[in-house]
Design a protein around this ligand. Structure first.
Ligand code: LMR
Length: 395
């Protein structure tokens, strides 16, 4: 019976890693999957995480089940990080939340919740958006539409067109927004643009769904949380999927937070039972380990400050690499790719065609996503000349 199922194509992002491993060109460069790398191309365990692991090892005395919502100290620490200490929604106990297996787990729980609330709603996602948003949200059975976001010709946000589209979104529909460091384009809304999005949400009555996986990789933790906090400050309901894969470097531990700011305490209590029931029906409860590490870090002043320094170091390295790549391209071709330096976080869209991306791969062994998204952290002082030369060759 199962033979009827056909082989699927490789995942557009994760499939690149497998292809890269097979590549025999010694000059090969991996700018594919969004994983932070240092100058030596390693993805190290953060020092704050290593210290937290030692503390956990010394103190964990049981492997019994954790509570269905996950590690409470993790949830509290993450909410404080995202919303700011003493946020009114926390004081008013209006936030329902669970620890989830990664950002993907959080997105899926929230999509399932939306489906339970109203199976007919439409989720609006940016064009383009992260390649896994549509499969994740679509698998919950929700309808998906796109709003204009990025103009490849100008390498900037088509904000007027985005606004014109959101002005027509129905009350009760959901608009997925990238909290910061837009994946795949690196093009973020300005504070003024966030203010306009808030105004539109108030006027149209749509529900913002914030995906925030790169907090601290844009400008700073506070600046990157601007959109989340603005909407949480001013709207009765906001849903948030956060990931600790990148900024804590906990990729394989699968640590995420699914949170819902609800209109009142009563609704919050109901929603808490709903998201726990959704999790129970899919995987019962989240793995404890990664959440326990984040709990230790965020609730220990010394480790939190060490972690923040490490986030700053990763961010500044990526900012330096952006400048370096744009400068090298200019030096070798006279072409202006300065937009790379204005984009934020781990990704940039090079705005070249899929054919040019394929040539980068086949002729130069430089691997990145067909959309022309590159992982900035995969660049180093050693490979930047090679990448720039390869790019100039295919332009
Ligand atoms: C990415 O966008 O490369 C990462 O978030 C990894 C993934 O799961 O796609």
């Amino acid at each position: 019976m199962l033979e009827v199922l056909e082989q699927l194509p490789a995942d557009p992002i994760l499939g690149l890693s497998a292809a890269f491993k097979q590549e025999t060109n010694p000059k090969k460069v991996d700018l594919g999957v969004g994983v932070y790398k240092d100058e030596q191309g390693r993805t190290p365990i953060l020092h704050a995480v290593a210290k937290a692991q030692n503390i956990l090892l010394a103190n964990e005395d049981s492997k019994t089940y954790i509570s269905p919502q996950g590690v409470q100290g993790f949830i509290d620490g993450m909410l404080e990080l995202l919303l700011g200490k003493g946020h009114k929604t926390l004081i008013e106990q209006r936030v329902a939340a669970v620890q989830a297996p990664g950002g993907c787990g959080s997105l899926r729980i929230l999509a399932e919740l939306l489906k339970r609330a109203n199976g007919d709603l439409t989720v609006w996602v940016s064009d383009p958006t992260w390649a896994n948003h549509i499969p994740l949200i679509g698998s919950a059975g929700l309808k998906i539409e796109t709003y204009p976001y990025f103009d490849k010709n100008t390498a900037s946000i088509k904000f007027d067109q985005m606004v014109a589209c959101l002005e027509k979104v129905n009350k009760g529909d959901v608009v997925l927004l990238h909290g910061c460091c837009h994946n795949p384009t690196g093009a973020d809304l300005t504070k003024e643009q966030w203010n306009k999005v808030l105004e539109l949400a108030q006027q149209r009555g749509f529900l913002p769904f914030l995906d925030i996986a790169y907090l601290g990789f844009g400008d700073s933790i506070e600046d990157d949380a601007y959109g989340v906090r603005l909407l949480a400050d001013n709207l009765p309901e906001v849903i948030i999927a956060a990931s600790c894969s990148k900024n804590f470097g906990l990729y394989r531990e699968r640590v995420g937070l699914a949170a819902i700011i609800s209109a009142n305490r009563q609704s919050r209590d109901a929603l808490q039972t709903q998201i726990q029931a959704i999790a129970r029906a899919i995987y019962s409860m989240p793995p404890s380990y990664g959440g326990a590490l984040v709990d230790i870090i965020l609730n220990n002043d010394e480790l939190k400050s060490l972690w923040m320094d490490e986030v700053t170091e990763m961010r500044e390295r990526m900012q330096t690499l952006r400048r370096l790549l744009a400068d090298k391209i200019k030096e070798k071709s006279g072409k202006d790719f300065d937009f790379i330096t204005r984009q934020k976080g781990m990704f940039s869209y090079l705005c070249i065609s899929p054919e040019q991306v394929k040539r980068m791969r086949s002729e130069h062994a430089v691997y990145f996503v067909d959309s022309s998204r590159v992982n900035i952290a995969g660049i180093s002082h050693q490979n930047v000349d090679y990448i720039a030369e390869a790019l100039v060759a295919v332009l």
